[in-house]
Design a protein around this ligand. Sequence first.
Ligand code: GDP
Length: 458
Amino acid sequence: MRTDTIAAIATAMSSSGIGIIRISGDEAVGIVDRIFSMKNGKKLSDMPTHTIHYGHIKDVDEVIDEVMVVLMRGPKSYTREDTVEIDCHGGVYVMKRILETVIKYGARPAEPGEFTKRAFLNGRIDLSQAESVIDIINAKSEKEVKTSINQLEGNLSKKIKQIKQQILDVMVNVEVSIDYPEYDTPDATENEILNMLNNVEKELLKLENSFDNGKLIKEGIKTAIIGKPNAGKSSLLNAILDEDRAIVTNIEGTTRDTIEEFVNINGIPLNLIDTAGIRNTTNEVEQIGVKKSKKIAQDADLIIAIFDATKDLSKEDMEILDIIKDKKIIIVLNKIDLPCKIDENNEYLKSITNNIVKISALNNIGIEEIYNKITKMFNLNEINLDNEIVITNLRHKNLIHKAMENVEKAKQSLNENMPSDIVAIFIKDILESLGEITGEEVTENIINEIFSRFCLGK
Ligand code: GDP
């Protein structure tokens, strides 16, 4: 099948040392032949694949730039098609001018992600591998790159294929029992299916659970510190950051702006949000804002609720605790250097969580214990990226979840002795969801959606 030839500027659209114009498709070499004048007088199309050539890009007689041209014939190229890359000077004007010339001679402008899309459509990589390319480009930390490279290498795809194979091996028997009921040995087959489903469920659950780590690696733990004015929020933040960035004051309500900071716990970013800004600005100090606490609680992965231990719990304190009690929460009792009215044995606090830490933010006492709790709550010690497949992509996680729902339905229909073709329908749905991860079963719309998130030239 012949494909049209696409071209794009693959490097950033700003002045830089070099720029790269990427061209891919059946006409890639032919087009460049017409605009590339090689120093040695030869034609690019006569050159062997995977070679680099020096010369000038010209539009008829006008010299546009002095360039190096990289020739990669398919299928040994990123897209598996004939590909030419023009290394030119990295000026915005010159890059645009070369791209225009390439288009003038027969290429069309590539859409965002179209090179990677072709790599996928031509079977060089599957969909989950293609998606990891965006993640690598956008990665902000070493751990994130590591998980994305792991995915690009196809480890997730391999796992998914393995699971599918397990299902298919057993499905053969189901089809047999549908087509030839007289040969049916129901118990044996049913047990086999049930065993398979239990195994599949275990493996999918492991993948689904890895998403929490994946999200942590990608986004950090969004941590909100909430508490009434003067409880010691800013002081705690300072103790954690070990520097005076937040304003510490004993005048209630001075720090109105929300302050966000990142600290690292075992290589996982903790995104700390100081919610001083949620205070009511009219100085009605008790109005910490139950509603606002609710909003913050919704968004956060972790809530550190800090209380001034020298004061009794107020009704509002309890109201706020009540709202957030279903989240991951650490209750911090501050100012233990002073005579205290509440401690970790407080019945109400104990009913909310066992994670109660006593600190003195001012004296840097107990901060380490907060770290220990966080490490335990998020199993940070157990995030070992070397051998683990970590799901970082929400699309994958949702499909795994959907597959698990159908595992459950299949198991249920087996238990209820439903006909095997009903069971088979659920099992086919599992296969379909898994196939969507690797892209075997995916619709064109989803493919377009995914690749539109890429940058131009990739
Ligand atoms: P925020 O309004 O919740 O941010 O509270 P701040 O961090 O501004 O602290 C309010 C007041 O309590 C300040 O005067 C702090 O110095 C004081 N404070 C904070 N932590 C401690 C502590 O551990 N012990 C004592 N004695 N005072 C503290």
